[in-house]
Design a protein around this ligand. Structure first.
Ligand SMILES: [Zn+2]
Length: 467
């Protein structure tokens, strides 16, 4: 009779298609078996799940934890603690730190700094732009999870957060994607057409517009649609594998739907803020509601949920992008002065649970969108994103029926004061977050020590994602 490291008793396990009552047996960080063993084996730790739901640990492949370089906004410890408290067991951190992760040396330096602080498992993106084309192979070799490219230019004063991650036109995008595709890593695109955004921003500013809604008007649906169309076209032409970040418009959903029907190798994600807020909320949210792409309309929200339902959009991720309150408040009188982005790593699951059922998605869809698909898109689907024997014992135990209100003061992020979901009524409470068999968060108790999170080097992605 083997001794286990952990046994979770009395839980209802959520798989792709069913909910089954069983015990989970964990050995050496992996799920050893699921079921009921006849003899009660021994274990170092036994958790009584009290009939709660066990989900595959959530995977958030789009976070900005701001380290190194901007730790006044967030750092890897507060970021990964927020992830753990929200039931997320794996995060992938974007390369737009200071310096931008555009070379293997910078990648190694960042890894050294953040590894000591991680409470959950993590991977790191590499930036891909024209300036660092010759570094992409080496970035893949040192373990980049994926590549990220912006098709839209950053504000002039933040160029050092983006340098090496921006392309200026379709030819440059083709060049970068051609170069990255030989690495086997997925290439992620922030898709907004820069020339539209530049033109409209200039025009609105010259008219004296400084209100929050002007931000949305400067980045209309067509800006996303044009850039998505272009990226999809390039992927189709050269057979590259692209992932489209934070999709927000009905036009983009339509383009991606038909591309997938033609067999183009694209995947797509959206975020809770696009499923909750519209341009009309900007008056109330002000600069805290400024993010890129911006809040849209109710018609777009409908299209996004339809896209999630039919498999056009593969994942819901947070795009957790915190800023210090002073920075956001600089946009109170003049929206152009506030940086874009909003915190969200800790609130993703309860926000999705609160709304998804109303849009005819069930708990299996939620698990697919928040755990399985994000893992698969990034080549982690062989070990993360599912509760099955042989997989990493990444397990989130929730009480799905509790309704509660988000209190931003209780969140882990350093950007507590800017949380746009504050006071929102949500559903589902995370009681335990378990990473490779280790409890990293227990409700009412706290967190494991920083440094227990493991680095996940990138690898060529699994076979194409299916809904
Ligand atoms: Zn982002």
């Amino acid at each position: 009779m083997p001794t286990y490291d952990l046994i979770i008793k009395n839980v209802r396990i959520v798989t792709d298609i069913a909910i089954k009552e069983a015990d989970i047996y964990v050995k050496d960080g992996k799920i050893s078996s699921i079921g009921f063993l006849e003899a009660r084996p021994a274990a170092d730790v036994v958790i009584d799940g009290n009939g709660m739901l066990a989900l595959p640990g959530l995977v958030d492949t789009h976070v900005h934890f701001r380290e190194p370089g901007m730790v006044q906004k967030e750092d890897f410890e507060t970021g990964t603690k927020g992830a753990a408290a929200g039931g997320t067991t794996t995060v992938l951190d974007m390369p737009t730190t200071r310096p931008v992760v555009s070379t293997p040396d910078i990648f190694r330096e960042k890894l050294k700094v953040v590894a000591k602080k991680a409470v959950v498992d993590f991977g790191l993106y590499g930036a891909a732009g024209i300036e660092n084309l010759h570094q992409l192979d080496e970035l893949a070799r040192v373990g980049a999870a994926a590549f990220k490219t912006y098709t839209v230019s950053p504000p002039a004063e933040r160029m050092n957060e983006y340098k090496g991650a921006v392309i200026r036109n379709a030819g440059e995008l083709l060049n970068v994607i051609e170069r990255s595709s030989s690495t086997g890593l997925v290439h992620c695109i922030h898709a907004e057409e820069d020339s539209i955004v530049q033109y409209l921003s200039g025009k609105l500013q010259s008219l004296g517009r400084k209100d929050a809604e002007a931000h949305c008007e400067s980045r209309p649906n067509i800006a996303e649609a044009l850039a998505v169309h272009q990226a999809v076209g390039i992927a189709e032409m050269i057979g590259a594998k692209l992932h489209l970040l934070h999709i927000s418009t009905r036009e983009a959903v339509q383009i991606i739907r038909s591309a997938k029907a033609r067999g183009v190798r694209v995947t797509a994600e959206t975020c809770p803020h696009y499923l909750y807020f519209t341009k009309e909320d900007m008056q109330r949210l002000g600069a805290y509601g400024k993010y890129n792409p911006p809040a849209r309309s109710h018609e777009d929200i409908i299209a996004l949920w339809e896209g999630l339902r039919d498999g056009t959009i593969d994942a819901i991720v947070s795009d957790h992008a915190p800023h210090a309150r002073e920075e956001k408040d600089a946009g109170r009188e003049d929206i152009w002065r506030a940086p874009p982005g909003t915190p969200g790593v800790e609130t993703r699951l309860p926000l999705v649970l609160a709304r998804a059922y109303g849009w005819s998605l069930d708990i299996h869809d939620i698990t697919r969108l928040c755990s399985k698909n994000p893992a698969k898109i990034y080549g982690l689907g062989w070990r993360k994103g599912e509760l099955a024997e042989g997989f990493d014992a990444d397990i989130t135990i929730i009480d799905p029926d509790v309704t509660w209100r988000i209190k931003s003061s209780e969140l882990q992020t350093k950007a507590k004061d800017t949380v746009i979901f504050d006071q929102m009524k949500v559903k589902g409470q995370v009681n335990y977050t378990i990473v490779r068999g280790r409890v990293v968060y227990e409700r009412g108790v706290g967190f494991e020590r920083p440094g227990v999170g493991m680095f996940l080097p990138g690898k060529a992605s699994d076979s194409d994602i299916k809904a």
